[in-house]
Design a protein. Sequence first.
Length: 179
Amino acid sequence: MQTRLTICSEQNPNEKEVVEDFEKICELLATKKIGFERWKAEKPLSDKATPEEVAQAYKTSIDRILERGYKTFDVVSLYPDAPNAAEARQKFINEHIHTEDEVRFFVDGSGMFYVHADGKVFMLLCTKGDFISLPAGTKHWFDMGPKPFFKAIRVFNNPEGWAGKFTGDTISEKFPKYE
């Protein structure tokens, strides 16, 4: 699976442009003030790495992000057989905003961020090694798929963590789910 950006008209998900070139993806997202980069582990990680081992393997990158004024981070993972997978998917699948930046790094697995801006929907398939930073107030939703598989580092301005404000817009229902 490869990182991919699909840009669609908000009115018609079938009107689309697909971009797979990493540098071009970075350029297009930057026009929306979305940070996007690749991180590499400083040391090998096993599939069963603990959150502490993950944090140590990406220490330099995490420290660089924390220097920007973020307060805390954590490491989360979700697997297809998790008993809460379906409800976890539902938590993020409707359009919302945050009063703080949403900052994520995919240590493993994948998920789809959908950003709604300027009459378009930017569907960004994030995979292992991808780092994304959505500015506060960015309309978006996230789909981890029906059988979620990811391990991610989340970085927060607010030490209490993730707090979304749902827009009430049903736009997420018009776009293909991440399967």
